[in-house]
Write a protein that binds this ligand. Structure first.
Ligand code: ADP
Ligand code: MG
Length: 357
């Protein structure tokens, strides 16, 4: 197992990158703690696979270094890194049986036969593939094949880290949940450093202790699920995480007041050094609708009943403002919105401003 350090790491697929935009992965400095469970979350094309392949050694970065513990492995071939990587689609041997596929990474490393047998039967049980142990992999369903791929990643105990690149894409939703739970259990049991790539916030938030959010080749925030919810460091994190995402309203800031057209929203903090245009972020959970004359008038455009709560879509001076309200609560015809002061975050150029007083 290892602590993994990324030092001024960046990657461009172009031979002569000129500007920032030519980098699929912009400069990143980060330490993945030994034994941590991480999710790498971001939309398609933001650079997740690029980063993962640099860690496993499939890709040599154009800039910077990667260290396992204190050893520089930047130029080291994948087979010398002791990394297990599970890909989006199954990588297995069709002509081998399920058990032989699972045993393969251990046989390769000359692990004793008795230990191989024990690990393989453990893995068969975890993956609920016991009844298929002696079937050839060729005849299995896509789900089952992907489970074997997962098993091949998890069967070794001597790895520096296990990397998962959207491994549950081809798995049906119920099984997905089961496997994710299993992965979490295995993490608790063996304390491997695990990095789990996904574009699905539910997957990221349920699997990881720490979530690394990427956007357009950049790591925009690293935090616990709570931190990402309460204090998104970038407006992108605000609306990518949460359902619906955080409201972002353009406003004019003057000390402790945000002006939206003719309306003023009082803030919990004052920003004496930050006059001018800002973005005000507030999650729909912290917007309430009622008749309070202190609220700002909004126009309701839609109400979506989600079961335990309702999402109310409104417009405030022409800008979208969503509110989440309890199931039984009715919405007045001409509601006024109250924004919970303590839950307002202020952004400038999409980045969170922390220096309010
Ligand atoms: P993700 O895994 O988050 O979907 P990728 O790391 O695969 O993102 O891709 C990041 C960016 O790099 C994308 O713009 C993609 O088109 C580009 N890219 C990925 N692989 C290659 C490659 N082999 N050659 C050139 N460009 C690539
Ligand atoms: Mg990818």
């Amino acid at each position: 197992m290892a602590k993994i350090t990324l030092e001024n790491l960046a990657h461009s697929y172009m031979p002569f990158p000129k500007s920032d935009a030519d980098f699929a992965l912009k400069e990143i400095n980060h330490v993945w703690d030994d034994g941590g469970a991480y999710a790498l979350l971001g939309p398609s094309g933001c650079g997740k696979t690029t980063l993962l392949n640099i860690i496993s050694g499939l890709l040599v970065p154009s800039k910077g270094n990667i260290l396992f513990n204190e050893q520089n492995v930047t130029q080291l071939q994948p087979q010398h890194r002791d990394i297990a990587q599970v890909f989006q689609f199954p990588v297995i041997y069709d002509t081998m049986t399920v058990a032989e596929n699972l045993a393969f990474p251990l046989v390769n490393r000359k692990v004793a036969k008795s230990e191989i047998d024990q690990r393989v039967s453990e893995m068969l049980e975890i993956l609920e593939l016991g009844s298929k142990a002696n079937s050839k992999a060729r005849g299995l369903t896509a789900d089952e094949k992907q489970k074997i791929s997962l098993g091949r990643g998890l069967v070794r105990h001597d790895v520096n880290a296990i990397l998962f690149d959207e491994p549950l894409t081809v798995i049906d939703p119920h099984m997905k949940w089961q496997l994710r739970t299993k992965l979490k259990e295995l993490h608790r049991q063996f304390e491997h450093t695990m990095i789990y790539v996904t574009h699905d916030q539910t997957e990221a938030l349920t699997f990881a202790d720490k979530v690394v959010v990427m956007y357009e080749g950049e790591v925009v925030q690293i935090g616990t699920p709570e931190e990402l919810f309460d204090e998104p460091a970038h407006t992108f994190v605000g609306y990518f995480i949460g359902s619906p995402g955080m409201n972002v309203l353009t406003a004019d800031l003057q000390k402790n007041q945000a002006k939206l057209g003719s309306h003023v929203i009082e803030l919990g903090k004052s920003y004496p050094d930050l006059d001018g245009t800002i973005e005000l972020g507030i999650r729909p959970e912290f917007v309430s609708l009622g008749n309070d004359p202190l609220g700002v008038p909004v126009q309701v455009t839609a109400v979506e009943d989600i079961g335990r709560y309702k999402i109310v879509r409104t417009q405030l001076e022409g800008q979208a403002l969503d509110a989440v309200i309890p199931e039984g609560q009715s919405v007045p015809a001409e509601p006024r919105a109250i924004l919970d002061k303590s839950r307002i975050n202020i952004y400038r150029d999409s980045h969170l401003v922390r220096e309010g007083v």
